[in-house]
Design a protein around this ligand. Sequence first.
Ligand code: CTP
Length: 408
Amino acid sequence: MSVLNGKNILLGVTGGIAAYKAAFLVRLLVKKGANVKVVMTHSAKEFVTPLTLSTLSKNEVFSSFTNEENDPESYREPKWNNHVELALWADLFLIAPATANTLSKMAHGTCDNLLLACYLSAKCPVYYAPAMDLDMYQHPTTNNVFEKLNSFGNIQIPAAFGELASGLVGQGRMAEPEEIVSFIENDILKKLPLRGKKFLITAGPTYEAIDPVRFIGNHSSGKMGYAIAETAAQLGAEVVLISGPSALKLESDLVKVIRVTSAAEMYNASHEYFNTSDVAILSAAVADYRPSEVAIQKIKKKDSELTLHLTKTKDILASLGEIKKNQFLVGFALETQNEEENAKLKLKKKNLDLIVLNSLRDMGAGFQTDTNKITLIGKDNKTLPFPVKPKKEVAKDILEYIIEQTNA
Ligand code: CTP
């Protein structure tokens, strides 16, 4: 899955011959799973029509501050095209093709069209793909503009060598749409905060067999662990998810999933991957006890009572805490009373770097819900409470804490 999947991309199109390639760019970005909106200058419309770009992006194309300006012939309810809203909607702003004229205006803060107003309002990363003739591209003023724009944090996608509209051959052609898209993908990947980090995550319940058809289990859905695994992978981590029996399917193909059933299997799989991990997050609801003996045949009902003898399972988290070297080890605590006190004791006893506390007394927290309410408690014993949030947001909060701590 592309890192552009689900991203909001604002494409700025300016008036150069390469503007016709904007149609291919929109198509490619949409294929990658991005939501694309287009803002174009008036002169760009000479090269590619707004209708083409709106059809491909499945979104309205903007070029004026009001919709009246777009269509002065027919009266429409006046509407302001809010450049601030557009710019803030965007996770990234790509200006392609970027003409010498627009680039110079961007460098100097000119704001005489909607595209430039979006640029000045944007808080997201801005990529620009210059397109101009080779002498223009090499002109000291243009280089000065590039330097200035790059010093503002804008990211330049170098122009390609080749035949130019003038008939001359040299550098100045806008990079091909495929090159632009892979440039951005690589740039995002390279800057992901968890790039190069190896994560081990446990999730879901465990089932402890009583006989061939029965088991002891719990209500864990695995939602929290799966959300952490997917979010960590999106942030660049190499993730191994050790999952107990869960009906969930991963949305992303970036995570390696190892399926296990019992606590003993989860223990073995966790130990196999722990040594090579940088971070281990144990969110599984592991059974604390298992039947001491597993009946080979199905147990027939006979007496009015049946006694099962249970044996403690090995505590995976505590065992990893014992052998931990540089790994950042995270445990969960689901408590019903004296929550903070119990969680702090667990943190210490199991030699953790972070414990994620959920209280069953909190509305919106727990096993089968799509939301969770957590409090993070670090090694420094500081508590960091969060409001009820969707589990994907909770996953982000936990990972942001880990990123902060491991980079500290
Ligand atoms: N855990 C584990 N292996 C077990 C039991 C628990 O790895 N056999 C991990 C869970 O994945 C979770 C944390 O330990 O990260 C939660 O432990 P919890 O069951 O809440 O607490 P316990 O230490 O088992 O203590 P108690 O049951 O008394 O609350």
